[in-house]
Design a protein around this ligand. Structure first.
Ligand code: NDP
Length: 370
């Protein structure tokens, strides 16, 4: 039957597609392959449907498979709380996509069918472990010409997270990094390997913490100074170094107990952590109370550090086509390369989740869809 829709010119016949879905939260055995997942629909005139060539996985996918963030994601999907609990299933995971535009909504001007694109998919939307995905055009960007789809799918989610944390929250830009000393806690994973390259391209001095066996790897990406966190309390060698203008924390745990003392006081220096209790709070307390708790926690911490002359901030992923446009230009200029740790085929999605869940990433895990 025809599926003509009000916001698109298409009269496609397809209503189903292959995808990996989950029907409940749990461990890896909840992942189910189906040929009958619902084909995405253009519900708004600014949306595009992308045929997925490659999908990147992130630690968030493993968390979401187990129900992490479910309360906040449900609120984003259904703000008026009209639907029954469990209406998110069958849920498709996968936050990174590289592929080709297959269909454009009526208001989409910047993209055409067959354009090669990449995007980071907001976690409340259906993901990229499927043959097709629907996105808002402002979340999408033309993919770097110099990268394959597999390489391109290794970048968007970590890149837009690093961009949001370093540029929007941290106040860094290509014009103000030249004399800055930046510390990246956790340099060898997805966010770290991207952040090192972006900050080096902008002229910053970059110090990185990682395991001893990743030292060469992060140096090849441009890190100026590397500290092995497995050799003992990492704060000791770090405290002997000159103070930093900004710290990006990809590790969390007890790092904020000591990390803010490594910043230059009274000079606008910032500590930005990506490891926050926000989704955990909303999962355990409900969205309203969880948000209140989160606001109270971050305000208290920010104030505590402000009186010592340093800024304490939380960083979050933010989907952004325009940020990806700038990142694409850096990639095509040879300033940033994709760091693919391991590649899996579409039939190996559970193995790809296993890999991400085991940790010790050296860059990104990517699933080739077609
Ligand atoms: P990855 O799993 O790709 O990388 C984590 C890296 O950290 C691994 O290379 C690991 O290697 C290394 N590592 C582990 N422990 C330490 C340590 N104590 N010191 C230094 N390095 C360490 O994760 P991502 O880069 O994708 O994400 C990083 C963190 O940011 C995650 O906690 C993620 O959930 C969070 N995040 C938050 C977002 C937000 O919106 N707030 C968005 C994106 C990510 P090894 O164990 O071998 O040392």
């Amino acid at each position: 039957k025809s599926t003509r829709r009000p916001f698109s010119r298409s009269s496609r016949c397809r209503t189903i597609m292959p995808a990996w879905v989950i029907d409940k939260y749990g461990s890896n055995d909840v992942l189910r392959f189906t040929r009958n997942a619902a084909f995405p629909i253009i519900d708004y005139p600014n949306e595009v449907i992308v045929k997925v060539f490659a999908a990147g996985l992130n630690p968030l996918d493993v968390g979401m498979r187990g129900g992490y963030g479910a309360a906040t994601m449900s609120m984003k999907r259904d703000p008026l709380n009209m639907k029954q609990s469990g209406s998110e299933f069958p849920l498709i995971l996968g936050r990174d996509v590289s592929g080709v535009i297959m269909e454009c909504g009526l208001d989409v001007k910047y993209f055409r069918e067959r354009d090669e694109v990449w995007a980071a998919i907001p976690p409340w939307k259906q993901g990229s472990l499927a043959e097709f995905v629907v996105l808002s055009a402002n979340e999408v960007s033309h993919k770097p010409k110099s990268l394959s789809h597999t390489e391109a799918a290794a970048i968007p989610y970590v890149a837009t997270t690093a961009w949001s944390a370093l540029v929007n929250t941290g106040g860094l830009s290509k014009d103000n990094c030249a004399n800055k000393r930046i510390l990246i806690l956790g340099g060898s994973g997805g966010v770290g390997t991207f952040a090192i390259q972006m900050l080096k391209a902008w002229g910053a001095h970059v110090t990185v913490t990682c395991s001893q066996n990743a030292e060469r790897f992060v140096r090849e990406l441009g890190a100026d100074h590397v500290v092995d966190y497995t050799a003992g309390p990492v704060e000791e060698p770090l405290s002997e170094l000159d103070k930093f203008d900004l710290i990006l924390d990809n590790v969390g745990g007890d790092t904020e107990r000591w990390a803010l003392s490594l910043l230059k006081p009274w000079s606008g220096s910032k500590y930005v952590t990506l490891v926050t209790p926000f989704l955990q709070n909303t999962d355990s307390l409900g969205v309203a109370d969880g948000m209140m708790q989160t606001a109270a926690t971050v305000a208290t911490k920010a104030l505590k550090h402000l009186v010592k002359g340093v800024h304490y901030r939380w960083g979050f992923f933010a989907p952004s086509g325009p940020a990806l446009d700038e990142i694409r230009d850096m990639v095509d200029a040879g300033q940033i390369r994709a760091v693919v740790d391991e590649t899996f085929s579409f039939s190996q999605v559970p193995q790809a989740f296993d890999k991400v869940e085991k940790g010790h990433a050296r860059g990104k895990t990517v699933v080739e869809i077609s």
